[in-house]
Design a protein around this ligand. Structure first.
Ligand SMILES: Cc1cc2nc3c(=O)[nH]c(=O)nc-3n(C[C@H](O)[C@H](O)[C@H](O)COP(=O)(O)OP(=O)(O)OC[C@H]3O[C@@H](n4cnc5c(N)ncnc54)[C@H](O)[C@@H]3O)c2cc1C
Length: 302
């Protein structure tokens, strides 16, 4: 039996074949995933991983797709969504356990409703808990790694593990997970008592500030990491490329470290803008801008 047929036997939710990733990324770009799966139990997930091993399939873990550029040829093999397996959260005293698929803004809102503080910096970050842990998402001088007590993972052999803060490293947009083949299933976070009304007001203020500085058009968040002591947005702005277009993609006039999908942009459009920016910054300032977004998939499909 082919691996795709087997997936239909294994999974209660039928996998989506040749599913356009443009439907699963915030920038609205991306060729098809050969097979997008939504396991409902750890047992189903293990069986998916067994097939990955047996057929040597490429395997990619998708979060909310908000820091992701999928190339136009799409992603071969299996793309995993945890939306049917890891979408619950539970508060206990001053801690909260949240599954990997829980949207960060939802967890922020629920924490504030309980007068718990710590997560409010993340109100405007549209990713999932899994993606936030993987990227160590942050804003306003705080990042999610600082709140972590434990992270629950499954390796590609199907082994579950609970890892404590001591066993994990987090730094600027980086976590231990980026050097491992691992599926993040959820995290336990330490919060502290706060004043709900004040926290709500702080979130509103931050949101207003974001709306005034960031584009409203679809994007994948910051394209480049900030070089030490510098803001990538400012560097790019000084190159005079705000508003520059390639096909349907544009360097945002609001924030130069964002590339927006103006109309039917392709991944190649975005990649060519990235190249223009990197070349300009390298030749004029001798700075190599590193990518913050993750670029996956293939340029074309035979
Ligand atoms: C408008 C806008 C504003 C943003 N502002 C900020 C900001 O202020 N600060 C900030 O840090 N980021 C920001 N981002 C970027 C983005 O929201 C974060 O990086 C977020 O943490 C990505 O999470 P995600 O679930 O969307 O991950 P995805 O984009 O789906 O994936 C990103 C990477 O994480 C991996 N991954 C995702 N989930 C898992 C999992 N469960 N297990 C293993 N690996 C996983 C993927 O394989 C991929 O390599 C912004 C994005 C947008 C569109």
């Amino acid at each position: 039996m082919s691996w795709k047929k087997e997936l239909f036997h294994i999974l209660r939710t039928p996998p989506l074949l040749e599913e356009p990733m443009s439907r699963h990324t915030s920038i609205g770009i991306g060729g098809p995933a050969e097979c997008l799966v939504f396991p409902e139990t750890c047992d189903e997930l293990r069986k998916v991983l067994e097939l990955v091993k047996q057929f040597s399939l490429p395997f990619f873990v998708l979060g909310a797709g908000t820091n992701l550029l999928v190339r136009d040829g799409g992603i071969r093999g299996i793309v995993l969504s945890l939306s049917s397996l890891c979408s619950g959260y539970q508060f206990s005293g001053r801690t909260v356990y949240a599954g990997a698929a829980v949207p960060l803004p939802v967890l922020v809102r629920k924490s504030i409703e309980r007068n718990l503080q710590g997560l409010e910096f993340a109100a405007g970050i549209p990713g999932s808990i899994g993606g936030a842990l993987y990227m160590n998402a942050g804003a306003y001088g705080s990042s999610i790694g600082e709140l972590v007590l434990q992270v629950e993972t499954m390796d590609y052999s199907g082994n579950l593990k609970v890892r404590t803060r001591k066993e994990l490293d987090f730094s600027y947009r980086w976590s231990t997970f980026q050097q491992e083949k691992i599926i993040i299933l959820g995290g336990l976070f330490q919060l502290s008592p706060g004043n709900g009304a004040e926290l709500k007001e702080l979130v509103r203020k931050n949101q207003r500030e974001r709306r005034s500085k960031q584009p409203l058009l679809p994007s994948a968040g910051s394209i480049f990491r900030n070089p030490p002591g510098m803001a990538a947005g400012k560097i790019i702005e000084n190159m005079g490329v705000k508003g520059l277009m390639a096909g349907g993609a544009m360097v945002s006039p609001e924030h130069a470290n964002f590339i927006v999908n103006v109309k039917n942009a392709t991944a190649s459009d975005v990649l060519s803008l990235i190249e223009v920016i990197q070349k300009k910054v390298r030749s004029e300032l001798k700075i190599d801008l590193e990518l913050e977004i993750k670029i996956v998939g293939e340029n074309s499909r035979e």
